[in-house]
Design a protein around this ligand. Structure first.
Ligand SMILES: Cc1cc2nc3c(=O)[nH]c(=O)nc-3n(C[C@H](O)[C@H](O)[C@H](O)COP(=O)(O)O)c2cc1C
Length: 347
């Protein structure tokens, strides 16, 4: 059953963040019954396993970070057919994020601008929520730093996060690409990048020894990086034994086809206006990496074809956020169908 086309006009009539909160509240309370009313992919589509970073992903489609920041709706999203969920971004201490309004839909270009600023319940509540709502399947936990932590102390915040979530995550994402936390993106280049990844590497080795288990570490990057910066990230991630890279987060660019009334809003742009640029970054990154470590693609996947293009650019997994807001759960079936068709064209 596909109720989303009927529901969407009601949700889109409300303020973007209010409707997001309402849906998440409903999913956290009665998630599985609601998910059962959604179109569910067939078992053949759900089962397209892929082995990566020492994990077996049931299928290559994931929920991108930011939709379930506080880990309150995992079982509902998992039962819609995602092969993996990335929860967070979670910061060490609770923080409110930026003042509202801070999320803007742009329906004419199937895009969103957001400047949420890591609104987070903090690690303690996040882990309580996760324990009460642990979905089956692969869970990535996306870590950020508190706004009150100076950028020079970012590594300490990531270490706090890694220590706390190590035993609860199948993989951990180090988010250094949100445009809405001051100077965060500086961590993507030069000495800042080298020092951060070196510190993360040291921390992982200690945690691995302590827990006798390796949890893959993934770094999430922005689309607003030139070729040199992409090459630098690729080589630093390989040198420091990072297990994967997520490309990309939202962009601070404002394409000329963005309606003028909204272009002035600060924040990161996601959705259809990001698709092509993000695919180019995925392609360049994969060329630089030469298969040394895998790439997980996010950025403007609005259709099955968009997902296939990301895989053709070299990514091994894909994630969606904005496409899910515009298309609802049916996009999961469409993407899994297109991926299967691209792999088995004779079927
Ligand atoms: C409202 C909103 C909040 C987001 N919050 C986060 C976040 O907390 N952490 C993160 O790593 N990415 C966050 N993202 C970025 C998405 O995970 C994704 O990388 C980006 O939106 C591009 O994919 P899309 O075009 O499918 O949305 C957020 C995106 C949106 C639209």
């Amino acid at each position: 059953m596909n109720l989303y086309p009927a529901l969407r006009p009601l949700l889109f009539n409300m303020d973007a963040e209010n409707s997001h909160d309402l849906v998440l509240k409903a999913l956290s309370k009665v998630g599985r019954p609601i998910a059962r009313l959604c179109p569910t992919p067939s078992s053949a589509l759900l089962s397209q396993p892929i082995d990566l970073m020492g994990l077996r992903f049931p299928n290559p489609l994931g929920l991108a970070a930011g939709l379930d920041k506080n880990a309150s709706c995992g079982p509902a999203f998992a039962s819609m057919g995602f092969g993996f969920l990335e929860l967070g971004t979670v910061t060490p201490k609770p923080q409110p994020g930026n003042p509202k309004p801070r999320m803007f839909r742009i329906p004419e270009s199937r895009s969103i601008i957001n400047r949420m600023g890591f609104n987070s319940c903090g690690l303690e509540t996040f882990l309580e929520n996760l324990q009460g709502n642990r979905p089956s399947g692969i869970i990535g936990i996306n870590l950020g730093k508190n706004a009150s932590t100076p950028i020079s102390g970012a590594l300490d915040d990531y270490k706090l996060g890694m220590n706390a979530v190590y035993n609860h995550a199948d993989y951990i994402t180090i988010n250094i690409s949100s445009p809405n936390t001051k100077n965060l993106r500086d961590l993507q280049e030069g000495n800042e990048l080298q020092n951060l990844l070196h510190g993360i590497g040291q921390s992982v080795r200690m945690l691995q020894d302590k827990h006798d288990r390796h949890v893959p570490i993934v770094v999430k990057i922005a689309p607003d990086l030139d070729s040199n910066a992409i090459a630098q990230i690729a080589s630093n991630c390989v040198t420091n034994h990072i297990d994967g890279i997520i490309a990309t987060n939202t962009t601070i660019a404002r394409p000329s086809d963005l309606p003028r009334h909204i272009a002035a809003e600060a924040g990161g742009l996601s959705g259809a206006l990001l698709t092509q640029h993000s695919t180019e970054v995925v392609y360049k990154l994969c060329q630089e990496l030469g298969g040394e470590i895998p790439v997980i693609a996010a950025g403007g996947i609005m259709s099955g074809n968009d997902a296939v293009e990301k895989l053709q650019a070299g990514a091994q997994l894909v994630q969606i956020y904005t496409g899910f807001i515009y298309n609802g759960p049916k996009l999961i079936t469409d993407i899994l169908q297109s991926i299967r068709q691209s792999r088995h064209p004779q079927e």
